[in-house]
Design a protein around this ligand. Structure first.
Ligand SMILES: Nc1nc2c(c(=O)[nH]1)N[C@H]1C(S)=C(S)[C@@H](COP(=O)(O)O)O[C@H]1N2
Ligand SMILES: [Mo]
Length: 313
């Protein structure tokens, strides 16, 4: 396992700084404490990704292996920087992630504009190991740093009319060269039902591997919905809007037959052009069976009771 640790932080500095959550020092503390921190100080580490389909735990060391940092940060989908997997790493340095604000508005009693540094201090990030699975049938296991989206939504107080949440990526072709081409309608938008957004597994990620998010992974703040296909996990978010009606989402808008609004990982629903039954964990040679809800069925299946998941894919 590779944990990045900034050289400029002494081991002796590490514990006490976590009390006041200075962002950079927090990163140092997390990285240095590594696995011990994951077990002790951070209660919410969860590796459901590797549960067997039966729901029984199957945490062999091989299954739980984190995807190496270099793979997590060099094999990406982020069309704002090009459609190739290696384009984001090559080009995402063009994105300026400070200053950065996130507007939270719509059906809320207390709309607001949050500075990214304010979010770091108001909602101290914790490490959570979640599996990210792309509809293209590859997956990675990533130690994200983030805070539950429900904490932010709680702060803005949704009205009784709020039923959905829409997320919007920055639109700035100067900084995002992929937006100068019509490969997708810009900006990238995604959405969740309010109960999905309020689920404790749903994370606003601000870092990975104990560091601030690399730009190619969606800096400075992106969504992680671990039981859904990766395209739901929208990057570099500038706006969160609570709505009464289901928002349009980018991939559903472009290719509705291939990408639904729900996008729950479901091995039984084929993508029209390929099977979703098996996946390749990046760094592993052989494909493995894909688990319903990406392995988080026990926690989230109840959200969809009574829904035909073959129809609402
Ligand atoms: N703004 C934006 N967000 C995005 C994408 C994108 O092209 N633009 N790609 C999505 C897809 S298809 C996947 S699989 C994940 C990939 O996240 P990663 O690069 O951190 O692995 O980001 C998602 N979020
Ligand atoms: Mo994806």
């Amino acid at each position: 396992m590779l944990i990045k640790r900034p050289d400029d932080i002494e081991a002796s500095e590490i514990t006490e700084e976590r009390d006041y959550w200075d962002r950079r020092r927090f990163i140092g503390a997390t990285a240095a404490a590594g696995v011990a921190l994951a077990a002790a100080a951070v209660p919410s580490v969860l590796v459901a990704c590797n549960r067997a389909a039966s729901g029984s735990e199957r945490r062999t060391s091989e299954d739980d292996e984190l995807t190496p940092y270099d793979d997590v940060t060099s094999y990406n989908n982020f069309y704002e920087f090009g459609t190739g997997k290696d384009d984001p790493k090559k080009r995402a340095h063009m994105l300026r992630t400070r200053p950065w604000t996130v507007v939270v508005e719509g059906e809320v009693h207390r709309p607001g504009t949050f500075d990214i540094d304010e979010l770091w201090s108001r909602f101290p990030p914790e490490e959570r190991i979640y599996c990210l699975r792309c509809v293209e049938a590859w997956s990675m296991v990533i130690p994200w740093l983030g805070f539950p989206l429900k904490d932010l939504l709680g702060a803005v107080e949704p009205t009784s009319h709020a039923k959905f949440v829409e997320f919007t990526t920055l639109h700035d072709p100067e900084q995002m060269p992929g937006q100068r081409r019509d490969v997708l309608p810009w900006p990238y938008v995604e959405g969740l039902r309010l109960d999905e957004a309020m689920h404790p597994l749903t994370l606003m990620a601000v870092g990975l591997y104990g560091e601030e998010l690399p730009n190619q992974n969606g800096a400075p703040i992106r969504l992680i919905v671990p039981w859904k296909y990766g395209f739901k996990s929208v990057k570099s978010i500038v706006r969160i809007r609570l709505t009464r009606t289901q928002p349009a989402t980018t991939w559903n808008f472009v290719l509705p037959r291939e990408y639904g609004f729900y996008a729950n990982v479901n091995p039984e629903v084929d993508h029209p052009r390929w099977s979703q039954a098996r996946e390749r964990r990046i760094g592993h040679l052989f494909k493995r069976p894909t688990l319903p809800f990406n392995g988080y069925a026990e926690q989230v299946a109840g959200l969809y009771d009574g829904m035909d998941l073959g129809r609402y894919y």
